[in-house]
Design a protein around this ligand. Sequence first.
Ligand code: AHG
Length: 279
Amino acid sequence: MTDIFSAIQRSAIRIKDAIDTKDIGYSQQENSSGETQLQLDIKCDMIIEEEFSNVASIHTIASEEKEHEVMLHENGKYFIAYDPLDGSSLIDVNLSVGSIFGIYENAFGAKNMVASCYVVFGPRVEMVFAHNKVKLHLLQGKDFEFVKEIRLNEKGKLNAPGGTQQNWKPYHKELVDSFFADGYRLRYSGGMVPDLHQILLKGGGLFSYPATSDKPNGKLRKLFEVFPFAFIFKKAGGEAIDGEKDLMELSHANIHDTSACFFGSHYEVQRVKEVYANN
Ligand code: AHG
């Protein structure tokens, strides 16, 4: 696992450089989700693939930017699903973006996840790695230095509701409004990595991306986004559900499958469960 952690660190330093210097003109290609790929997305995907190609323990990779899995080392045991530059549509307005990595053993699937990691590219570059514990690291010069362990409180103060409101189910809107009525503050940038990072570091709250009338299975992808953050929230003492079920109990049929998702501290997720169970 140390060699994977080091490869992610090397990738993060190269991605930071690409963000700082690369032209962000749009390419003509589309990714498997049908979005126009930024040249920067493609560059970050290439950087990660290159770094992982040098790690013999990695069997197969799956990227949000690639339609199919790529086998790297036949004798490796780890399967890594990654989103090279999540929130890249925020690059042109200079908001924070991130990379997400789900590390699975022997095959892709929530039940096989053994570690997960994300990197936030904001005013500073930070990395959160979850294995047995959830640990925050800060890039200082060319090294990531350990900062602290992350633990969620029982209850937080932030509410990050994703998706287009006109497409929410009425009971979902009531749920979101009820948190605001209780004094929760809106914190939503449109980048999953910085939005969830804020909830983790400020002690708790709720991030939701529900099933909507236009996206009945949610928007966020299970292997690249949902499972990695579910693993992190649970290891940090929080919860992660699809409205009813623990996200880590979900299966997937295709590597690009999506799911509704709720991440938060215990109190907020219990409220989600109660509302969703009654609807
Ligand atoms: P993209 O990489 O296309 O910018 O998508 C970002 C993802 C995720 O990071 C974020 O939480 C979500 O999409 C935001 O979606 P909405 O704008 O629909 O709320």
